[in-house]
Write a protein that binds this ligand. Structure first.
Ligand code: IVH
Length: 661
């Protein structure tokens, strides 16, 4: 199959090239869609010809299994640490020491990336190992995780027999912000800085978790090389770059220490513009022969030093605390501060993330507090300046009632967040509605975030059940709507009244209860009323329902606002009962279906629902276990596979007959 093999190779080379342009140079040549198309073709070819799959293929970044613990790796070369200084005098002192030992003095200055030190090993151009620094001698094997980092190539441009490099895995500032926001919303502890976030993300036993965090890497040192040679650090960096490795482009050749100092001042000013956090610069002797001569102490090389920037901290006063309810119901305390300029911007507010943190740091209203910016972006209180207390300060306590709707605030076991559990809380309403209408929940076609936004702003809905009393004319008058789309929407809302019970339970957005769990629940509880007085034991007796889920269900139904809403939904005609499981209704029991192509008489979601109502199951891919493949117009590769496997194929009419429509 030479054609397929060469096409696969061609695609891999192209994808590698574009990964480098996108993830390292930040300068893509093609659109995301073009890239996705290449990747999709490669995935398809590899699926059809698994014999051609190799570990260095860009499709194989997430392949590692979940590990029980990390294996240890003894580094072949000690990963030394760096001496550091925080003053110009310290830099000059380093220069004097170097000059006493060698006459070959010129430097390379680099940024000191605030991340996690890593050692990478490439054999014949293929990444075979990635290990953390550990104590410098023994580190942890994080190969499976590093393979998920797109800026680290799985294959080099040349097949050098052996290359061991050192670098830094870091989390870009933007990703740090996103991740902490997500953690705050989920009621989890936030990371203190991008370095901790990078370390935490790299030390995940499941590589799929690491893959979801947009980590990146830079390499800055050759530990060992076989099959090529370099004489200077500048050459080394250029060599690494030519291999497709991510080398930070801000490095600079500095003929003397004054140039190094100038570099440090320049980047001290520019550091906020960078997309990653740095905590200083690193100065390295350029000549490798001179480095050899200088050697190292037990801890660090004599040929390099880190010049660390002073931490940016300021004192200000905590005037008050504002309590906000996030879009998912998490209650977040925000500090209102006396305005100060910090790291280039005026700061007057700072998220305190959660009340545990406030307690841990013992921050009080009226305190003089020390603030900084986590990850160079998020203003944060480091802690109170206790000596400046007057005795007038007030302790900050979590609220008992939601500031937005007055519901009782609850806290789940093992979480730091306090939450409002009222699904109709004005702070949560938009999010609740988006989820309620979503495909996996009540599947209200046409009711998306933009429309919901308008309806909430215009106060057409102030609670979920208002959806069932919307006036068509009013909807028709909204932006990008008209009489036709308004009537379609009303029809879709009307149709949602007869959804099966599990969809309604899913739509309530109860924490930890997704569609799958909701379905399991309705096998045991056939009426929503059954949940009103349910006990934890009744729930945990059900296989697959754990204590966390049980707690969540009980808390949801303990909130009176939620019960009132369900009662109003009932009154509006929304189905709250499970269809009794008679023999007739269960004609498709245990049968597995795959749908391919477009059906004329219904959407796929509707077909799925019909099958499920009759006891059947719909899966995405065809296997020997599939009982029927429903073939619509323009069927895809699933159809070919069904033919290959000899699975029963139904056209749309057969299918309609089978389900009795
Ligand atoms: S060179 C033997 N260069 O800083 C010299 N280190 O405080 C090896 N770091 O453990 C280190 N950016 O993790 C070097 N451009 C850079 C760096 C850098 C960040 C880290 C590295 C090291 C730590 C020392």
């Amino acid at each position: 199959m030479p054609d397929v093999a060469s096409r696969i190779n061609e695609l891999r080379e192209e994808i590698r090239k574009h990964d480098y342009r996108y993830y390292v140079l930040d300068d893509p040549l093609i659109s995301d869609a073009e890239y996705d198309a290449m990747m999709a073709e490669l995935i398809r070819l590899e699926k059809e010809h698994p014999e051609f799959i190799t570990a260095d293929s860009p499709t194989q970044r997430i392949g590692g299994a979940v590990a029980e613990k990390f294996e240890t790796v003894t580094h072949r070369y000690l990963l030394l640490s760096l001496d550091n200084t925080t003053s110009l005098e310290g830099l000059r002192e380093f220069d004097r020491r170097v000059s006493r030992l060698t006459s070959n003095v010129s430097y390379v200055a680099e940024l000191k990336i605030d991340g996690v030190s890593i050692a990478l090993v490439y054999e014949n151009g293929i990444l075979v190992s990635a290990a953390t620094r550990g104590d410098g001698r023994v580190g942890e094997d994080v190969t499976a995780n590093v393979r998920t980092i797109k800026s680290i190539p799985l294959k080099l441009n040349r097949q050098i027999s052996r290359l061991e490099v050192r670098g830094e895995i870091y989390m870009p500032k933007k990703e740090f912000l996103r991740l902490n926001q997500e953690k705050e919303e989920k009621g989890e502890k936030v990371f203190a800085n991008p370095r901790n976030a990078a370390a935490g993300s790299l030390r995940q036993l499941d590589p799929a978790v690491t893959a979801k965090r947009a980590l990146a890497g830079f390499v800055y040192d050759i530990l060992y090389i076989e099959g090529a040679s370099v004489d200077s650090h500048i050459q080394a960096l250029e060599f690494l770059r030519d291999q497709g490795l991510p080398v930070n482009s801000e490095f600079r050749f500095c003929p003397d220490i004054d140039a190094v100092y100038e570099y440090s001042q320049e980047y001290y000013r520019k550091r906020h513009e960078l997309s990653y956090e740095i905590d200083g610069i690193v100065v390295k002797l350029d000549s490798l022969a001179a480095r050899q001569k200088l050697g190292a102490t037990a801890k660090s090389p004599r040929w390099a030093v880190a010049y660390k920037f002073p931490a940016e901290e300021k004192e200000t006063r905590l005037l008050d605390v504002e309590i906000n309810v996030g879009r998912t119901g998490v209650i977040v305390p925000t500090a209102l501060l006396e305005s100060v300029t910090l790291a280039g911007t005026t700061v007057s507010r700072a998220s305190m993330h959660n009340f545990d943190l406030v307690k841990e740091k013992d921050i009080r209203i009226g305190d003089t507090v020390l603030i900084h910016k986590a990850g160079d972006i998020i203003p944060e209180i480091i802690g109170p300046v206790v000596e400046k207390r007057t005795g007038q300060e007030r302790v900050i306590a979590p609220p008992e009632k939601c500031p937005a709707c007055g519901s009782r605030v609850v806290r789940f076991k093992g979480e730091v967040a306090y939450r409002c559990e009222n699904i109709n809380c004005p702070a949560r309403l938009k999010e609740s509605l988006i989820f309620y209408a979503s495909r996996e929940a009540m599947d209200i076609n046409g009711l998306g975030p933009a429309l919901i936004d308008q309806m909430v702003k215009k106060k057409f809905v102030s609670k979920i059940d208002d959806l069932y009393f919307l006036e068509e004319e009013k909807i028709a008058g909204l932006e990008r709507m008209g009489s036709k789309s308004a009537s379609n929407l009303i029809a879709a809302i009307e149709a949602s009244k007869s959804r099966p019970l599990y969809r309604l339970i899913t739509a309530l957005g109860i924490r930890h209860i997704g569609a799958r769990t909701a379905r399991i629940l309705t096998e045991y509880f056939h009426d929503i009323d059954d949940f009103y007085r349910v006990k934890a034991d009744d729930l945990t007796r059900i296989p697959e329902i754990g204590p966390k889920m049980a707690e969540s269900i009980m808390r949801f139904f303990a909130e009176p606002h939620n019960i009132e809403m369900i009662e109003r939904l009932k009154a509006a005609g929304v189905n709250t009962k499970e269809v009794p499981k008679g023999t007739k209704e269960q004609i498709l029991r245990e049968k597995t279906f795959v749908i391919t192509g477009t059906l004329k008489s219904m959407t796929r979601a509707e077909a799925r629902e019909k099958i499920e109502r009759l006891g059947g199951k719909v899966t995405e891919s065809v296997s020997k276990k599939t009982d029927y493949v429903v073939r619509g117009e323009k069927p895809g590769s699933k159809y070919d596979k069904a033919v290959q496997l000899g699975i029963n194929i139904l056209d749309e009419d057969d299918f309609l007959e089978m389900i009795g429509s």
